[in-house]
Design a binder for this molecule. Sequence first.
Ligand code: G6P
Length: 610
Amino acid sequence: MCGIVGAIADRDVVPVLVEGLKRLEYRGYDSAGLAVLDDGRLRRVRRTGRVSEMEAAAREQGLAASLGIGHTRWATHGGVTEDNAHPHISFGELAVVHNGIIENHDAQRARLQDAGYAFESETDTEVIAHLVHFHRKQGLDLLAAVQAAVRELTGAYAIAVVGLDDPDRMVVARMGCPLLVGLGESENFVASDVSAIIQATRRVIFLEEGDTAELTRDGVRVFGEDGQAAEREVHVSDVSLASLELGPYSHFMQKEIHEQPRAISDTIEAVIDNDAFGPELFGADAAEVLAGIEGIKILACGTSYYAGLVAGYWIESIAGLPCSVEIASEYRYRDAVPHPRHLVVTISQSGETLDTMEALKYAKSLGHEATLSICNVPESAIPRASRLVYYTRAGAEIGVASTKAFTTQLVALFTVACTLAKLHGRLDPETEAAHIDALRHLPGSVQHALNLEPQITAWSERFAPKANALFLGRGVHYPIALEGALKLKEISYIHAEAYPAGELKHGPLALVDADMPVVVIAPNDRLLEKVKSNMQEVRARGGELYVFTDADSEFGPSEGVHVIRTPRHVGVLSPIVHTIPVQLLAYHVALARGTDVDKPRNLAKSVTVE
Ligand code: G6P
């Protein structure tokens, strides 16, 4: 949450900072701000709302400078006000932008107040500004002042600092939140994520935990946690500009839904090319790490957690290994009983969700040595903290509501299940070939499901005026019902809940009346007859059913029962195909209700706070 960007150059960097902030808006969009050093003045522009509003104000004020920092905020400490918007300034002399949470901010605030510092905001960040200023006034240079300040902070931070007395440098630091440095020609940059600076440079250094760095126009010096100069590898980012642009689509979510056939085929490319499942897909020492694994523990949040729930069904049925799936924020605070021979799998699109990261650390502290991360962002924190990794190749996902990340996580997890099955002698060559064939045909089936969009759009008009909706599914499709309900509530703000269809009669049936649309995921699998009985329970109470079934399921519409047929049942990969219609439904209902599809209220894509 929160995005930061900074630039030092020979040219006006304000357009670079504004462009960067627009690309970082997925990290938060409560307020935005810039601080620049312009001819011996520290100038700041802040606005609540979107970056475009702040951009207009910056233009009006004729903001231009060759050194500056910017921020887009997802409010944690302090409400959504201009006073709480970053950058925060100390004594008009030093400005800071911050992503993360400073846990000891109360104690530091009291100490700084005693030292004569007045606070203008309710944020934890203002503490950083004053603390650096305090050390600067003790005679330390900017780099040393930042290093001294961060030693006194606990919590998570990525910060960038500029000061009036230092017109030719910027100092940055990170602990627990992502930060990278971009290397240009006589200009250098810093950002939460490479998309923010890709128009200026592709050459980046991913700062490590505890690093500080000093950026001048001509160079970058990085220092490790011990304060000693450190060498960091320079990466050349292959993020494509097209993946960051909307192209012909109206929303990133729409674009990302439609990109799924491609994203899935990219993610499974190695499996298809090898024509086999194997541990080498997960890293060089995977065979060693996976040998002797007797069970799986999956940890994740949000949509990634639902991907984990699907994987739980697959791992138990395909690999025959016990699998438990847990919400990361719950696991990290309970007295869990570790099982040293269990593989801990974390799933995270961003690779930086704090609860998932902390759950992983907790699992490791309990003695779990075998760890695997399923992640979409190379070099992010969670895969770096894991022994094994499978990168989904969904490409940049910008819409806050996750879509292509989810389906690519599912194919990655299916690969995990099949690989574990093979290592445990539970995957005969015919079944392996059949599963690979199913994967090969999956992008085509997903495309067929996407072609249902006009029918789903027609349904969305009926949903738009509703206040509530129920989603039902059974077995491996129950998590898809959960994901459908989550998508609908996230972006359309219709209250939606999902239940295993068999649970309906134990409570939620009391909610069913003519005003409650009930969406049912009803594929043509061995549970279809059971699901049909549950649908009868709804109809008998006057509930209206919206059923997604397969083309071959011999299940048709009737009074109060609307049916859309996805392609022929695709067997074990069916949950992936059935995800598409619920994504499209949520998208079109949100459109019909006129909500901000890509930036739903109160949410952010990357959640780096508890
Ligand atoms: C946020 C996003 C969700 C996402 C969840 C977990 O809540 O809005 O779309 O599923 O975080 O994120 P991760 O990056 O760990 O998958």
